[in-house]
Design a protein around this ligand. Structure first.
Ligand code: NAD
Ligand code: DAU
Length: 346
């Protein structure tokens, strides 16, 4: 089976690449990645010479670059991870988000149809559903009510994928997952940012009142779910994926403080993210009932091993916190690392 993974040099896509090469001997992978700031060949360095793996440096938003990837040899499935993925960056400018997440997805859908790719799996997110109050869960039938430019671009892509199913009977499936954590996550996201700042002796900028809630899932559980949906999901269907692990950002900070042995003063409240969604939580009964998938990695184990990974892989994350990312971080949080003004994101 020859699978095109897009965005396979990023956090979740690279976990998919490593997991498939380790666990599925009949799978060959063509990894199409544009190598944005979030893409990192080091994420798959141990597999670069594997005869079942190939990286093509191309953008999904560029049809001329993408067409040869499809024309070369038949592809059995596309798994589309490629995206601009960071909400705060989308608040600065939504343009790259529309280019990759919307236009890129449409180009992939059209090429997959032209070259008769039997199945297209689109990796979406719980953020397309918007924000929950203190109770309730997102279901696959919940309305799309995205709030950030990032979430809106993901929702637009989902609609294009569903339109392809309806209009052309294209075989598509969509997964919508909650917040992932684990190794190789770019240190702009909450957990790797706090862990690496903690190791460096830097403060933890906690947005607003810190009571926003996310539903956390280990990245390995996510890629197992994607594999189940790719193989056994029903055509045209959406599958929620969640960890049943709701935590406020304060609780995350407290858990990390306990593991790293840091004082309460490391947590520094900063002005809130614009339009900050209050709570996400997934009802993932459908994937469990239909496909038998369930999370396997408990939060306590997953977060402990994740922190240990960042402690043991300073060579991976230290170079990422210099140069262009350092400039982005200064814009977000100021010289002190804690003076983030709401206007910094406008
Ligand atoms: P990431 O930012 O770590 O990686 C994105 C990858 O896509 C990078 O390797 C980047 O180089 C590549 N890329 C960006 N633009 C591209 C383009 N035009 N063409 C080809 N490659 C391009 O993202 P992630 O956190 O691994 O997320 C992967 C997918 O999963 C995204 O679609 C995201 O919306 C979705 N998702 C993420 C989470 C999460 O918690 N991180 C949760 C649910 C869903
Ligand atoms: O829910 C799935 C989504 O999870 C994915 O679709 C996105 O691609 C992914 O980036 C993630 O989005 P979030 O906005 O939830 O993740 P982030 O790590 O940016 O923030 C998590 C929470 O922590 C959120 O409530 C904002 C808060 N936060 C974040 C940062 C970076 C802070 O309080 N301080 C910070 O410095």
């Amino acid at each position: 089976m020859r699978i095109m993974v897009t965005g396979g040099l990023g956090f979740i896509g690279s976990q998919m690449v490593r997991w498939l090469l380790d666990n599925e001997p009949d799978v060959d992978i063509i990894n199409v990645d544009a190598l944005t700031y979030a893409g990192n060949p080091a994420n798959v360095a141990d597999y670069a010479d594997n005869s079942r793996y190939q990286w093509i440096h191309a953008s999904i938003a560029d049809r001329a670059q993408m067409e040869p990837c499809f024309a070369d040899k038949p592809i059995d499935a596309v798994i589309n991870f490629a995206a601009e993925s960071h909400v705060d960056r989308s608040i600065q400018s939504g343009v790259p988000f529309v280019a990759t997440n919307v236009l890129g997805t449409q180009i992939l859908l059209e090429l997959a149809r032209t070259y008769h790719v039997p199945r297209f799996l689109h990796v979406s997110t719980d953020e397309v559903y918007g924000s929950l109050g203190p109770n309730g869960l997102f279901r696959e039938t919940s309305p799309l009510q995205p709030n950030s430019p990032y979430a809106a671009s993901k929702a637009a892509a989902d609609l294009l994928v569903l339109a392809a199913a309806r209009t052309y009977q294209q075989d598509v499936v969509i997964t919508r997952c909650s917040n992932n954590y684990g190794p190789y996550q770019f240190p702009e996201k909450l957990i790797p940012l706090f862990v690496t700042n903690g190791i460096e002796g830097q403060p933890w900028p906690l947005y607003g009142d810190g009571r926003n809630v996310r539903d956390w899932l280990h990245v390995e559980d996510h890629v197992r779910a994607i594999w189940a949906v790719l193989n056994s999901g029903k055509s045209g269907q959406i599958y929620n994926i969640g960890g049943h692990t709701e935590k406020s950002n304060w609780e995350i900070a407290e858990d990390l403080r306990a593991i790293l042995g840091l004082p309460a003063s490391v947590i520094v409240p900063v002005p809130d993210r614009l339009g900050h969604d209050r709570r996400y939580a997934m009802d993932a009964q459908k994937i469990t009932k239909e496909l038998g998938w369930e999370p396997r990695i408990a939060w306590e184990d997953g977060i402990a091993s994740t922190v240990a990974w960042y402690q043991q892989h300073e060579d991976w994350w230290r170079p990422l916190k210099t140069g262009a990312y350092r400039e982005y971080y200064r814009q977000q949080y100021g010289e002190s690392g804690t003076t983030r003004a709401p206007s910094a994101s406008r």
